[in-house]
Design a binder for this molecule. Structure first.
Ligand SMILES: Nc1ncnc2c1ncn2[C@@H]1O[C@H](COP(=O)(O)OP(=O)(O)OP(=O)(O)O)[C@@H](O)[C@H]1O
Ligand SMILES: [Mg+2]
Length: 253
């Protein structure tokens, strides 16, 4: 996918700390990041380093202690809850580690949900949901509820739901973390294909080396800040492939 210079998601001097009794726990400090249109970014880092916290801030699901987040040039901080939800619904998609599908709705209804919330007419929402479910290979499972789907199928429904409104950027928290290697590979290939076809940017939290190296940029969350480790990881990959060893885990995981 060609990355053009348009910045779809940007954070500036983002910091987050939690108050715990008399203690202040600082998790993120002074983080700035631009995500360009079509760009794929991996975020790696040890458990507890703040990856989910960062994704939640980037998605406007949580408020920073200081700093700002802008999606499609609009600053999320001053927005009220409902306009922020509307803006998020229009421009961002989310894939959580544990799919978060609504159990009482079918795959088709789950995928159509962001469009219905965005006030798209029911018939059109269902047609678009059906089309994207076909793209993720689930046209034959549209009327199944999440409990009637396999883990990989549920994750594909979650990906379809994140992509259906053709957002500018999708934020993913270990999208393949709970899947067997073969299903994980199918899903990763699918995401890369969708990035090429639709030009959607990705920010992907992952513990998996083979996922991280497929992204344009790899950022490691260490000591509350992001460090660009793309070149290190690519160099390690090429050493590994030359010596034909199996993939090593990413730094910090
Ligand atoms: N609501 C909260 N109150 C206090 N501390 C919190 C809160 N939420 C998260 N933390 C702390 O912030 C740190 C970062 O948590 P976060 O969930 O972002 O880590 P992570 O990098 O996603 O870890 P993992 O790889 O295990 O998912 C952790 O030390 C956690 O205990
Ligand atoms: Mg996490």
């Amino acid at each position: 996918m060609t990355i053009d210079g348009q910045v779809v998601l940007q954070c500036q001097a983002l910091s987050k700390s939690y108050e715990q009794g008399t203690d202040t726990i600082s998790v993120l400090s002074n983080i700035s990041l631009d995500v360009c249109s079509g760009e794929k970014i991996a975020i790696i880092g040890a458990s507890g380093s703040g990856k989910t916290t960062l994704l939640n801030l980037l998605g406007g699901l949580d408020d920073p202690t200081s700093g700002s987040v802008a999606v499609m040039d609009a600053d999320m901080s001053p927005m009220g809850e409902s306009s922020r939800a509307r803006w998020r619904n229009q421009h961002l998609g989310f894939v959580y580690q544990f799919h978060h599908l609504l159990g009482e709705f079918t795959a088709l209804e789950n995928v159509a949900m962001p469009l219905l919330i965005g006030k798209v007419a029911v018939a059109e929402a269902k047609a678009r949901a059906q089309a994207i479910l076909s793209q993720v290979g689930l046209e034959h499972r549209c009327h199944h509820k999440p409990s009637e789907l396999s883990g990989g199928e549920r994750q594909r429904v979650a990906i379809a739901r994140a992509l259906v409104a053709k957002p500018a950027c999708v934020l993913m928290d270990e999208p393949t973390g709970n899947l067997d290697p073969e299903t994980a590979k199918t899903i990763l290939d699918l995401l890369l294909q969708l990035n090429t076809d639709l030009g959607i940017s990705f920010v992907v939290v992952t513990h998996e080396h083979h996922v991280a190296v497929q992204m344009d940029k790899v950022l490691s969350l260490e000591q509350e800040t992001l460090i660009d480790v793309t070149e290190d990881l690519v160099a390690r990959s090429s050493v590994n492939s030359q010596s034909e060893t199996t993939a090593v885990p990413v730094q910090g995981s």
